[in-house]
Design a protein around this ligand. Structure first.
Ligand code: PLP
Length: 420
C-alpha cells in the first residue's frame, strides 16, 4: 500500500469531486492526512499515526469507537437481513422502540426512526404542528438543530440560513436562558418550543437550573409542546442518560441521533407520548422514511443502549467530566487570560478563548500533538472537548497536558507577533 499516494489522491479528489473549500480548510488546519482505523478513543491515519479523538465526529461515540459488542451485533444482522422489506413486521425496530420507551423519562412511549439528527428534528416539528394544529414555532438564538430546511429554520445562526431565505414561516428566536423573552412569545398560536437542554454548537451553554422547568410550565399554560433536542446531549454525554434529567423536566417530544447508532451506524429518532402520537395513527404513512429504522441500525441502537447501562457510562462520564473541569480550571488560572471561561457538564466541555483566531491556533497546535478538537459550529471562539465517553483517565490526562503545551506555543507565537 502506498500511503503517500492514498493521501495525495484523496485530497485531490476532495478538491475535484467533494468541495475545494473543504479540501483547503482541512489542509489549512494541518489535517492533511487520511483516517484509516479506529478503536476506543483513538483514530489512526493511513501512516499509522495515532490521534486521541476529542471531537468524536461531533459527539457520536458514546460507547467508544468500534465497540466489539456493537460491531458483532451489526455483523450478525448484516449477514441475515440488513434492510427491511417495509411490509413485514421488524423485530429490531420494535425492540429498540420499546427500549427507548423504558429509558426515556416520563410517559414518552412511541418512536419514529430516521437516519440523522436533522431528520429527527423535522419529524418532531411536523408532529408538533399536526398535534396542535398550530403553526408558530419558537427556538433559541444560537441554537443548532440541523441543516435541512425545517431544522435550519429553527437553528439560531444567521450565516447558515442567509443564502436559503425565506425559511419556514412563523418561526421566532429568543435568547437562550431568558425566561421573560420566552414568556412574551409563547401564546395560543404556538405549536412548540424547541430547545437543546444544553446548547452544544452555541458554545456549550448550560441554562440556569430552573429555566427548562419554567419553559415547560409556560408551554403547558398555552397548550404548546416542548421539544427537547437531545441529539448531542443525550445517551450519557452530560453525565445522565438524558440531559433533561439534570433539570427534572420531561419534554413532550424528544429527539435523539448521534450516539444512538453506537458510533457504527447512522440512526435518529423522535419520541413522544401516546396522546400526541394519536395523530399519526389514522394514516401511519403520513410521515415515513425508506431507510430509517432499518434492522442494521436498530441492532446497533439496541446494543448501544444495553452497553450504556451495563458499563454504567452516564455515571462514569459524570465523574470524568468533574475531574476534567477541575483540571481545566487550574489550566485556565495559569493561562494568563488566554482562556476566558470553562463551561461543561459531563464530557460536553467548552473552552472559551478571547477570539476565534486563538481558538483555531489552539486546535491546530493540538492536531500537531495528535489530539483532535474543533470549535463549536455557532461559536468559533469555543473549542470543545467532546471525546468518546469511554475515554480513559490516562488519555484525558494526555489531552490536558497537550492542551497546556499548545497554550504555551500559541502564547509564544502571539508574543512574537506583538513584538514585531
Ligand atoms: N441537533 C443538535 C442539538 C445537534 O447538535 C445536531 C448536530 O450537531 C443536530 C441536531 C443535527 O444532527 P445531524 O448532523 O445528524 O443532522
Amino acid at each position: 500500500m502506498d500511503e503517500k499516494k492514498i493521501v495525495e489522491e484523496t485530497i485531490e479528489k476532495y478538491a475535484k469531486y467533494i468541495n475545494p473549500g473543504l479540501a483547503r480548510y482541512y489542509k489549512f488546519a494541518q489535517l492533511d492526512t487520511v483516517e484509516w482505523t479506529s478503536a476506543g478513543s483513538k483514530v489512526w491515519d493511513v501512516f499509522g499515526n495515532e490521534y486521541i479523538d476529542c471531537l468524536g465526529g461531533f459527539g457520536v461515540f458514546n460507547v467508544g469507537r468500534n465497540h466489539p459488542r456493537v460491531v458483532q451485533a451489526v455483523k450478525e444482522q448484516l449477514e441475515r437481513l440488513p434492510l427491511s422489506t417495509r411490509t413485514l413486521f421488524n423485530k429490531h425496530q420494535a425492540d429498540l422502540a420499546e427500549m427507548l420507551a423504558r429509558i426515556t423519562p416520563g410517559n414518552l412511549q412511541y418512536s419514529f426512526f430516521g437516519n440523522s439528527g436533522t431528520e429527527a428534528v423535522e419529524g418532531a416539528l411536523k408532529l408538533a404542528r399536526f398535534y396542535t394544529g398550530r403553526e408558530k414555532l419558537i427556538s433559541a438564538k444560537n441554537s443548532f438543530h440541523g441543516k435541512t430546511m425545517g431544522s435550519l429554520s429553527l437553528s439560531g445562526r444567521e450565516v447558515y440560513k442567509k443564502p436559503f431565505l425565506p425559511c419556514l414561516p412563523e418561526v421566532y428566536h429568543v435568547p437562550f436562558n431568558d425566561i421573560d423573552a420566552l414568556k412574551q412569545l409563547v401564546d395560543k398560536e404556538t405549536a412548540a418550543v424547541i430547545l437543546e437542554p444544553v446548547q452544544g454548537e452555541g458554545g456549550i451553554i448550560i441554562p440556569s437550573p430552573d429555566y427548562l422547568k419554567q419553559v415547560k410550565s409556560i408551554c403547558e399554560k398555552q397548550g404548546a409542546l416542548l421539544i427537547l433536542d437531545e441529539i448531542q446531549t443525550g445517551l450519557g454525554r452530560t453525565g445522565k442518560m438524558f440531559a433533561c434529567e439534570h433539570f427534572d423536566v420531561v419534554p413532550d417530544i424528544m429527539t435523539l441521533a448521534k450516539g444512538l447508532g453506537g458510533g457504527v451506524l447512522p440512526i435518529g429518532a423522535f419520541i413522544s407520548t401516546a396522546e400526541i402520537w394519536k395523530v399519526f395513527e389514522e394514516n401511519p404513512f403520513i410521515h415515513s422514511s425508506t431507510l430509517g429504522g432499518n434492522p442494521l441500525s436498530c441492532v446497533a441502537g439496541i446494543e448501544t443502549l444495553k452497553i450504556l447501562q451495563d458499563e454504567n457510562i452516564p455515571e462514569l462520564t459524570r465523574i470524568k467530566g468533574e475531574k476534567v473541569l477541575q483540571r481545566l480550571g487550574e489550566i485556565q488560572a495559569e493561562s494568563e487570560g488566554m482562556i476566558q471561561e470553562i463551561r461543561g457538564i459531563g464530557l460536553l466541555i467548552g473552552i472559551q478563548f478571547g477570539d476565534s483566531d486563538i481558538a483555531s491556533l489552539i486546535a491546530m497546535e493540538m492536531a500537531q500533538r495528535r489530539v483532535l478538537v474543533a470549535y463549536t459550529l455557532n461559536n468559533p471562539t469555543v473549542i470543545r472537548i467532546e471525546p468518546p465517553l469511554t475515554i480513559s483517565y490516562e488519555e484525558l490526562e494526555t489531552v490536558l497536558s497537550r492542551l497546556n503545551e499548545s497554550l504555551v506555543s500559541v502564547r509564544v507565537l502571539l508574543n512574537e507577533i506583538e513584538g514585531e
